[in-house]
Design a protein around this ligand. Structure first.
Ligand code: BES
Ligand code: ZN
Length: 618
């Protein structure tokens, strides 16, 4: 090559480089704008948390430090979310640094703005919780099963983790964590992490979560609990007096795991345990990774309410592995999970059971849509929760319409193709987040266009109500139950025999489908035949109580039973159904009289909801 030629080569190279430079798109921002977090993760984002805390039951305070590794994009500030916390001191790379708390929003709390330099790699926040910390419920011994020791649990979803840890509290952020937790010596601590199986001598517990999780899945429980294995990778935690019953009730956890893995690929979190908490726990279950938190109302003695365990296990894929990017995309977590739960139940117990569960979901959906007549936008799958507390916008639409959307698709394309599609979806988006829009793109490309199928996806997702092409779930068993109701209404006689083999689902369907004009006398006939007021199955009892309130049935001391139930149980879905029944039957005063006694036992998420239902002023 002569001089001229090499000059040409160099010039061409420079030209090419400058071309690629100028063609380069501005780098897409990794995180989207999010209405429920103050964090600015495109500037500086947390990647790992080292938590070091003391749990003080006498003062009802958690205190200590949250130490973060950060991914710093040349920023001079990092913003965390904090709500009702006392921030004592903040350090950047081990040296005290300036911080400020911005103005307080009733649902979001405050931005915690921390001064850093573009070189900062770690920040540490020293803090304490307060008596306004909403995630944590401190229980006295009387509120536990064994009545000897206090208990504590946290609930992070949707935006409550910021009330017990200062953190970038957005579902699109993912962190690994480790933690040191100091508790009274006679108690055990467990987290959404690798857990102890026995108590330590000194009450100090060390945890590690090596998979990246969104902050709403940070969770802690402390109490006098014991562990029992179900298989080599599943097991249960509960208070001593309950742990054997819990182990029996959930003995099919391993089978559920096997079926779930067949459907959507390998379980990504190694261990799957369930802790049964005291009855004030506000949910049926909460899918904290490696350790689902659950209500004791699932312990029916006959494994009849374990679909909740299947549901929380299903979240190990839908939600925990592929996470909704914002709370507006909540249906991607819950709709997929209900669909997946239904598939697990079908695999374990057969089509009849799955159809019954599906039809109960369909009935719930129709009632919920009817209830949102005045605000039909609340029945879209994709929500717009900006300016709202996400908790107020989360209802059963995401669950039941989301389920029906997927069920309808499955029936249309055929199970085989649908399963391939879903498995690929979870595997190719593992440990990341998904927006509704990106899901629609993925669906078009990998299912609909691929198999040349047309589908009204947009109508399902962005329009109100239930589209007319919804798959119609049928259940022969429920048809028979309907006939039984008709027979009883006609003859005014009820025969115990007809129901002797009924599952909980049939009972629930039976009770929920009484005619609107059923009389208290007819309810007495039913109660005397089936002893529903004294049912020990919480779901059956709850729907029976709902009907008793609605139709003014007061036999067999049912009022007393309802009051006891509402004082003891804090599961939001159950208690809100009952308080809504009081409100709807013009009996707010009766409901309020009970609520005044019960409220102190409820976790904040339940109390907040019921305050709204009854118009209670704090
Ligand atoms: N993740 C939810 C609970 C949740 C939802 C907490 C929204 C906070 C905000 C959990 O998986 C769930 O859906 N629980 C249900 C049970 C399920 C079988 C429908 C419940 O608690 O009733
Ligand atoms: Zn769920």
């Amino acid at each position: 090559m002569n001089f001229k030629q090499s000059l040409l080569v160099v010039a061409t190279l420079i030209f090419m480089i400058s071309c690629t430079e100028s063609k380069k798109e501005p780098e897409a921002l990794k995180y989207v704008e999010e209405p429920h977090s103050y964090a600015q993760p495109n500037e500086a984002v947390i990647t790992h948390l080292n938590l070091d805390i003391d749990v003080n039951f006498d003062k009802e305070v958690i205190s200590g430090s949250a130490n973060y590794n950060i991914d710093n994009n040349n920023a001079n500030e990092i913003i965390l979310d904090a709500k009702n916390l006392v921030i004592e001191k903040v350090q950047a790379d081990g040296k005290d640094t300036k911080f400020s708390l911005g103005s307080y929003d009733e649902s979001l709390g405050q931005p915690l703005k921390i001064e850093i330099t573009p070189e900062t790699k770690k920040i540490t926040v020293f803090y304490q919780t307060t008596d306004k910390t909403e995630a944590v419920q401190w229980l006295n011994p009387q509120q536990t099963a064994d009545k000897k020791h206090p208990f504590l649990f946290t609930q992070g979803q949707a935006i409550l983790t910021r009330t017990w840890i200062p953190i970038q509290d957005s579902p699109q952020i993912r962190i690994t964590y480790d933690a040191t937790v100091r508790v009274p010596k006679d108690l055990m601590a467990v987290m959404s992490a690798e857990n102890p199986k026995e108590k330590t001598a000194d009450g100090v517990y060390n945890f590690k979560m090596v998979q990246k999780i969104p902050p709403y899945l940070m969770a802690l429980a402390v109490g006098d609990i014991a562990y029992k294995p179900v298989s080599n990778r599943t097991g249960v935690y509960a208070e001593n007096s309950m742990v054997d019953a819990v182990q029996d009730e959930f003995s099919e956890m391993e089978k559920m795991m096997v079926e779930a893995e067949k459907l959507y690929g390998k379980y990504a979190w190694d261990q799957f345990d369930v802790i049964v908490l005291p009855p004030s726990f506000p949910f049926g279950g909460m899918e904290n990774p490696r350790l689902t938190f659950a209500t004791p109302t699932l312990i029916a003695g006959d494994k009849s309410l374990t679909s909740v365990v299947a549901h929380e296990l299903a979240h190990s894929w839908s939600g925990n592995l592929v996470t909704n990017t914002t709370w507006d995309d909540f249906w991607l977590n819950e709709g997929f999970t209900v669909y997946f739960e239904n598939r697990i139940m079908e695999a374990l117990y057969g089509k009849d059971r799955a159809n019954m569960l599906g039809l109960i979901a369909r009935q719930d959906l129709d009632e919920e849509v009817e209830g949102f007549k005045e605000t039909p936008e609340m029945t879209h799958l994709k929500l717009d929760l900006k300016g709202k507390n996400p908790d107020d916008g989360m209802n059963s639409i995401a669950y039941d319409k989301g389920f029906l959307f997927l069920k309808t698709l499955e029936e249309l394309v055929g199970r085989e193709k649908f399963d391939v599609f879903l498995k690929n979806y979870f595997q190719s988006n593992a440990f990341s987040t998904m927006t509704t829009e990106r899901f629609v793109e993925y669906l078009n490309k990998n299912l609909l266009e691929k198999h040349q199928i047309t589908f009204n996806t947009d109508e399902w997702i962005y329009n109100p109500g239930v589209p007319s092409n919804a798959f119609e779930i049928k259940s022969d068993k429920f048809e028979k139950v309907k006939q039984t109701i008709a027979d009883i209404m006609k003859s005014n006689k009820a025969d115990k025999e007809v129901a002797k083999d009924w599952t909980t689902q049939e009972w629930v369907y039976f009770i929920r489908n009484f005619p609107e004009d059923i009389t208290p006398d007819q309810m007495a006939i039913i109660d005397n035949a089936f002893d529903l007021t004294n049912s020990t199955n919480s779901h059956k009892a709850m729907v029976w109580y709902e009907q008793a309130i609605k139709h003014d049935y007061r036999g067999n001391d049912v009022d007393q039973k309802i009051e006891e139930f509402l004082i003891k149980v804090g599961r939001r879905w159950y208690v809100s159904t009952l308080y809504k029944a009081y409100a709807g039957a013009d009996k707010v005063d009766e409901g309020m009289a009970i609520y005044k006694k019960a409220r102190q036992n409820y976790h904040s998420v339940t109390a907040n909801t019921i305050d709204g239902v009854l118009g209670y002023n704090k």
